[in-house]
Design a protein around this ligand. Structure first.
Ligand code: UPG
Ligand code: MN
Length: 745
């Protein structure tokens, strides 16, 4: 095992080691590659010499070509995975507390009804309470929902913060998100004599929650919810503008807490808290989250311009107040720090059920692959949880003096930042949040978050790396941030569909990783990012292997080598080796138990049969102008019924979604084909050795589909498969079974 991270320094900030599995993995890579080449050879010879079922043979060849392509490109993740350690205890020896860099935190929210304002407040409070000098923290909340309720909630949050932040510090709480602290009745770690204090602050929190809920019920901020004239002024824009809607409204910037003016109950300084709702107009596209973040970058550049930026989704609260110090162990590294664009903490979630039925943890792309990318210096950006070097938004690591405010009369460097809420500062900040400010500038092209993909995070991180920046994966035992995730199958698939559309957008752009990435960075990076950019093509082998052998079986067409045939063993090897390697990696290296792993592979099949193929259709429709890209925000509101089913690990169908029609068709065709095969072998003298592979494939899908059959016939609850979906899929499945005979023969 190597340990190349520990520099000559007496006080190292970080170190890393290469995974011990790297060498055996490379040997396996070579053996498996030989298997793939043999398989493709077999395909070609059978196509040329024994082409009795031309169409199915070509389709199988296509499926295997796609699988081979994905396998080859994904080896970039396995080439040199590393694991890092940080030594935050050494930070104080390298940099004085007062010299720590300032931190601007961006929190994005977009809809008060899908993202409850009280949760946004909780996220903001958890970050305001970082174990970091208060006067160096500025939290900016971007509200794309343009909602007075969200502003009201944050205003209440700022009042509560005056009590909460000193309280966290005094008792050195290890969790600082109020909702979490109060929910788990976690007062154990407090001294007995401070329990009173705990109760008192809990009551304050509950009062705040009640007020916010009341305003949510009303749908607006009533005068009697406001304490004084100053607060009334906060909401003036909603009052004077009759046409204030979420899509059409002026910029609202409100400084809710100002470090230099405000102090907490104990006289300690407080961080800055700023509410921003950028200007929106129906006539100018707002570019979703990327647009919101670019407005945040500019506004914060005017108001505080901290060298380090943290970007969070509104549901991602801080679970470890040490997080900034962990990130600084990399960003302040004497040799590598200045080349580092961002330090990414993984997306982790709270409340995942024990076997993670929808594979929300997506361990492979979120934990396993990033360790591989880290080894080649190009960890991917996942939108929430990265600590970013502000310079990386403005150009490559060697670039300097970039004008980030084109067309701006005042020089932002000249602005006096000592009073953040001065008229001049606020005027400038308002100007750069205008919806037409970016027109004719490089924002979204070479500056800030790049436009053109629904996964602005992936795209922007990738472009930074092509400019020469490196990035780092930091995955401490105690997750730094925890977030929400969709708890119904349909919502989960809708989310993955959005990601898929975004990824294909990158794949089919002029920045295609295979060409642009390889040229500007490295072959391994081009392969890894290319793998992601074409991720949804996994749909092709899933559809072919999930339907074709089954339909052929029904029509007595046998596609695979018979059992004692040498080629049969090749198929058996390739199939089992991938599954076993995946299982070993998941189980031994990442501690994922068998059930979780099984559910994970099931979700890959489900995604292949639903959202991946739908994302291709959506991407095509967007390209030819029939539809437009849509962000389809994930709802973070909890439906009690759904939550109950989720906690009991019961699949939640319930809605009449086209995804479920597609899924049911797969389930039914495989059921029919498997039954047919069994009947054939037992009662009609069918030869098992001839149909074994096809029977196995049907059986494999069948076992994976058990929850679907159950939801179709046995269940009565709200999460059952809607009857219409079952009937429509049955009809289509029967038609396909019948029609396949004509097509294949
Ligand atoms: O027009 C928009 C749309 C979304 N958001 C915010 O974007 C975040 C992510 O939205 P969510 O619906 O939760 O999507 P997820 O799929 O959970 O988000 C993942 O995927 C996104 C890219 O599709 C990344 O931006 C996110 O960081 C990443 O967590 C939320 O905070 C939203 O408030 C905006 O600010 N403006
Ligand atoms: Mn989310």
């Amino acid at each position: 095992m190597e340990n190349r991270g520990e520099k000559n320094s007496v006080y190292p900030l970080n170190s890393y080691e290469v995974h011990p599995r790297t060498k055996p993995t490379r040997v396996f890579m070579f053996i498996y590659l030989c298997g793939i080449i043999a398989l493709l050879y077999h395909h070609l010879t059978s196509l040329i010499f024994r082409s009795n079922h031309l169409l199915p043979s070509i389709l199988l060849l296509i499926a295997d070509l796609v699988l081979s392509f994905m396998w080859v490109t994904s080896q970039a993740f396995r080439w040199c995975p590393i694991r890092r350690k940080v030594y935050p205890e050494n930070l104080s020896k390298v940099v004085k507390e007062e010299d720590l860099p300032a931190l601007d935190v961006f929190i994005c929210t977009a809809d008060p009804y899908k993202e409850p304002p009280i949760d946004v407040v909780n996220t903001a409070l958890s970050v305001l309470a970082f174990d970091y000098p208060s006067n160096k923290i500025s939290v900016y909340v971007s509200d794309d929902g343009g909602s007075q309720m969200t502003l009201f909630a944050l205003m209440q949050g700022a009042k509560f913060a005056r009590e909460w932040l000193p309280f966290c510090r005094k008792h050195n709480l290890s969790k600082r998100c109020p909702k979490v602290v109060f929910n788990q009745h976690d007062s154990d770690h407090l001294q007995l004599d401070s329990l009173d204090e705990f109760q008192k602050i809990k009551t304050l929190y509950e009062e705040m929650t009640r007020k916010v809920e009341h305003v949510m019920e009303q749908g607006f901020v009533d005068d009697d919810m406001i304490d004084n004239e100053k607060e009334r002024q906060f909401f003036i824009q909603w009052k004077v503008n009759d046409g204030f809607t979420r899509q059409n409204h002026p910029t609202v910037i409100q400084v809710l807490m100002e470090s230099l003016k405000d102090v907490g109950v104990s006289g300690t300084p407080l961080p800055n808290l700023i509410y921003l709702s950028r200007e929106k107009s129906k006539h100018i596209h707002h570019k979703f989250k990327a647009g919101a973040l670019n407005a945040l970058i500019r506004v914060s550049a005017i108001m505080t311009s901290a060298p380090v930026v943290l970007s969070l989704d509104c549901d991602m609260y801080c679970n470890n107040p040490q997080a900034p110090r962990l990130a600084l162990c990399h960003l302040l590294d004497p040799t590598e720090g200045s080349k580092t664009a961002f330090v990414q903490f993984p997306q982790r979630y709270r409340g995942i059920n024990p076997t993670d039925i929808y594979n929300n943890e997506v361990t492979r792309p979120f934990i396993i692959n990033p360790e591989g990318l880290d080894g080649i210096g190009t960890t991917n950006y996942v939108g929430t949880g990265p600590f970013i070097n502000r310079k990386a938004f403005y150009g490559g690591p060697s670039q300097s003096n970039v004008n980030i405010f084109p067309g701006f009369s005042g020089d932002e460097g000249d602005l006096d930042r000592t009073t953040m809420s001065s008229r001049l500062i606020l005027e400038a900040a308002n100007k750069v949040a205008d919806c037409n400010y970016e027109q004719g500038t490089n924002w979204g092209i070479t500056l800030g978050f790049r436009y053109g993909s629904l996964v602005e995070d992936f795209f922007t991180g990738y472009r930074m790396q092509c400019e020469g920046w490196r990035s780092i994966f930091c995955n401490p035992k105690t997750p730094a941030f925890l977030g929400d995730f969709p708890i119904s199958l349909n919502d989960s698939l809708v989310q993955v569909k959005r990601w898929s559309v975004g990824l294909i957008e990158v794949g089919f752009s002029k920045y295609c990783p295979f060409t642009f990435g390889t040229k500007n960075r490295s072959l391994l990076m081009g392969m890894a990012y290319g793998f992601y950019a074409f991720w949804p093509i996994w749909a092709i082998p899933t559809i072919i292997y999930g339907l074709l052998p089954q339909l052929c079986l029904i029509h007595d067409i046998y596609l695979f080598p018979k059992v004692p045939d040498q080629w049969f063993y090749l198929y058996a090897y390739l199939f089992s080796a991938t599954y076993i390697q995946d299982l070993i990696e998941s189980y031994y290296v990442y501690g994922i138990n068998f059930k979780k792993w099984w559910n994970e592979q099931r979700m890959w099949l489900i995604r292949g049969a639903t959202c991946y193929s739908f994302s291709f259709i959506e991407f095509t429709l967007n390209r030819i102008g029939i539809s437009a890209p849509d962000f389809s925000l994930t709802s973070k509101v909890i439906d009690n019924e759904q939550q109950k089913r989720y906690d009991q690990e019961i699949f939640d169908f319930g809605v009449e979604s086209p995804f479920f029609v597609s899924l049911s068709i797969f389930a039914l065709i495989n059921l029919i084909s498997f039954s047919f095969g069994i009947v054939k072998v037992i009662f009609m003298d069918g030869k098992l050795e001839e149909i074994l592979v096809q029977l196995f494939l049907s059986g494999f899908v069948l076992v994976n589909s058990l929850p679907i059959y159950e939801a179709m016939v046995l269940r009565k609850d709200g999460g059952r498969m809607p009857t219409r979906v079952t009937l429509i899929s049955l009809l289509i499945a029967l038609l396909l079974c019948y029609g396949a005979g004509f097509a294949m023969k």
